[in-house]
Every structure is written in structure tokens, then in C-alpha cells.
Write a protein that binds this ligand. Structure first.
Ligand SMILES: C[S@@+](CC[C@H](N)C(=O)[O-])C[C@H]1O[C@@H](n2cnc3c(N)ncnc32)[C@H](O)[C@@H]1O
Length: 295
């Protein structure tokens, strides 16, 4: 199931349109129906690639649902909030008989050497999925905790169920915004991010509720897997990799933290620098949950 993507394909360099604004040198959605607090720009595209590579290692593959045989034969797969499309592209290369559609509210999709079994489309998952009932076999959604408000998260699950065929599979991987065994600087940053997320109606702990959201929506055979990912050298290679990702994630979230809370840029910068030092002496980690089920 493992795929290797060594080269970095070019992505679309998005023009500045009224739907995006620049703040703190980063590009953000300007759409009032989008709650997302992270930037949509080329720096973020790079961070998401590293994150994708880390998760391929941690999961020893790209998904856990029992879909390998169907994917090999040829099915329709949707990646909700796909970002540049790193997961979609690896999946499409592994399963050339299947059709992959990636949707995202931001136009940051990989544009170079797009395989014929991949389509990307700009769409706001928070306001509904523009697809027919029962038109997909497998739907996947990863790291939308900072993008979908509590209500949007539930309605996205309901929409994913609607567009799935009976017996189809859903798989959701989500981060919990609450550093475990947090050192002082990580604890402060975690709480600032939590405040910024709350200001946008986002729930730091939505991952802990996804199983029950799926149950309420009527999904069956729900499996919920917990991951605790170390930050820093105490977690060996993946810990080092996750620390490198933090070094891109903390600057990415800074703009909205300083816009949506009382935290000043100076305070944030000092704490961020301190957090990287503490990652070398503390055993800080982040929890994630992978939830998969069938319709
Ligand atoms: C943290 S990134 C994860 C990207 C991708 N799923 C991955 O794992 O690499 C979150 C993505 O969700 C997208 N997003 C946020 N809010 C969204 C919405 N309302 N509708 C569609 N996409 C959204 C963002 O543009 C971003 O690309």
C-alpha cells in the first residue's frame, strides 16, 4: 500500500482574488462561510507534504478501511478538504483503475503531471457536497479540525453518508488541539490556538466526538484508533519529523492567533522559540484519532 513520492510537483500559484486576503505575509480565505484558521499558500503546501509523508509512515500506508480489493478493481473515491491533493495523488498512482476526486475550498491543488484518474474541484465542504446521492464508494477526510465548525463537521458527515453507496466506506483522520504532557510554552500556544478556534466556532476536541457523530449519522462497523505522536528527538525519526512540521505549523497558525486573541506577535514569537527549545528537553506529544466505518 505504501507509495513513494520523492519529487515535488508544481502546484497552481493562485492569483489573489476577492475570496482571499493577505495578512502577516500569508494568504487566507476571505469567505465568511469558511471558518478555516490556517493559510492557503505555497508554504502551507510544503507543510502538508511533510505531514502526508509522516502519516504514511505512522499508518504504514494510506488508509485502514477494508477497501484494497475494491480499489484495485476500480471505484469512485472522494477526498474532502484534500489541500494540494497529496493523499489523492498517491492513492491514484496505487489504484489506476479507480477514479479520485479531491475537493477543497482553496485553489492549492497540484497542477503538474495530473494523472487521468484524478480531478480536483474548488468546493466548500461546510455548505454541502455538490455530488449525487450514492455516487461514491469511499470518502476520506483528513485534518479538517481547523476548517469545519462543529455544525459544519456534523453536516459534512451527513453529506458524506448521502453521497456514499450502501456498504461504502468513510475514513476520517483528525488531530486533537491539546498537547499531551505539554511543556510551559507548548501549553500556552495550545491554549491560544484553542481560543482562536473557539472564536471561529471550531472545536479543538472534535476528534474525540467523531465516532459518536458517525454513530448518530447511522454509520456501522465503526473503528476508532488512537495515535499519540511525539514532538522532538524523544520520538526518534517520526518525532524529529513532527518537530519539523511544528516549525511550519506554529508560524502558520500565528496570524489567526494574533488576530483572534489578545496575544501579541512579540509574545507569540518568544513563546514559539521557547517551545522549540522545550521540545528537546520535554516529552510533548499530540493525540490524533483515525475513525473508519461503513454505510
Ligand atoms: C490541514 S489541511 C489538510 C489537507 C489534506 N486533507 C491533507 O491531509 O493533506 C486542511 C484543508 O482543508 C481545507 N478546508 C478548510 N475548510 C474547508 C471547507 N469549508 N471546505 C473545503 N475545504 C476546506 C483547507 O483549504 C485545507 O486545504
Amino acid at each position: 500500500m505504501e507509495a513513494t513520492t520523492t519529487s515535488q510537483p508544481k502546484t497552481i500559484s493562485p492569483p489573489i482574488s476577492p475570496t482571499f486576503r493577505i495578512s502577516g505575509g500569508r494568504r487566507f480565505s476571505n469567505d465568511t462561510s469558511v471558518a478555516y484558521i490556517l493559510p492557503s499558500d505555497q508554504d502551507e503546501v510544503k507543510r502538508l507534504k511533510l505531514n502526508h509523508d509522516l502519516w504514511k509512515e505512522l499508518m504504514n500506508g494510506l488508509f485502514k478501511s477494508d477497501m484494497h480489493e475494491q480499489l484495485t478493481k476500480g471505484i469512485r473515491v472522494l477526498d474532502v478538504g484534500c489541500g494540494p491533493g497529496w493523499w489523492t495523488l498517491d492513492m491514484a498512482a496505487l489504484y489506476p483503475n479507480s477514479q479520485f476526486i479531491g475537493i477543497d475550498m482553496a485553489d492549492v491543488f497540484v497542477a503538474q503531471d495530473l494523472p487521468s484518474n484524478v480531478t480536483f474541484e474548488q468546493m466548500n465542504a461546510g455548505t454541502g457536497l455538490e455530488f449525487d446521492d450514492a455516487s461514491f464508494d469511499f470518502v476520506f477526510q483528513r485534518f479538517l479540525v481547523m476548517g469545519l465548525s462543529v455544525e459544519q463537521y456534523s453536516s459534512s458527515v451527513t453529506e458524506m453518508k448521502r453521497i456514499l453507496k450502501p456498504g461504502g466506506a468513510i475514513e476520517i483522520l483528525e488531530l486533537i488541539n491539546d498537547y499531551s504532557n505539554a511543556s510551559p510554552a507548548f501549553a500556552r500556544i495550545g491554549s491560544w490556538i484553542h481560543q482562536a478556534m473557539s472564536a471561529r466556532g471550531l472545536d479543538s476536541f472534535i476528534a474525540d466526538k467523531v465516532s459518536s457523530v458517525l454513530e448518530t449519522a447511522g454509520f456501522k462497523n465503526i473503528t476508532d484508533v488512537n495515535y499519540d505522536v511525539p514532538i522532538g528527538p524523544w520520538g526518534d525519526e517520526s518525532g524529529e519529523m513532527f518537530l519539523s512540521i511544528q516549525k511550519l505549523a506554529l508560524p502558520a497558525v500565528k496570524v489567526m492567533v494574533t488576530e483572534l486573541t489578545d496575544t501579541t506577535v512579540e509574545e507569540y514569537d518568544k513563546t514559539e522559540e521557547q517551545a522549540y527549545k522545550e521540545a528537546l528537553s520535554h516529552q510533548v506529544s499530540t493525540r490524533f484519532r483515525l475513525i473508519y466505518a461503513t454505510k
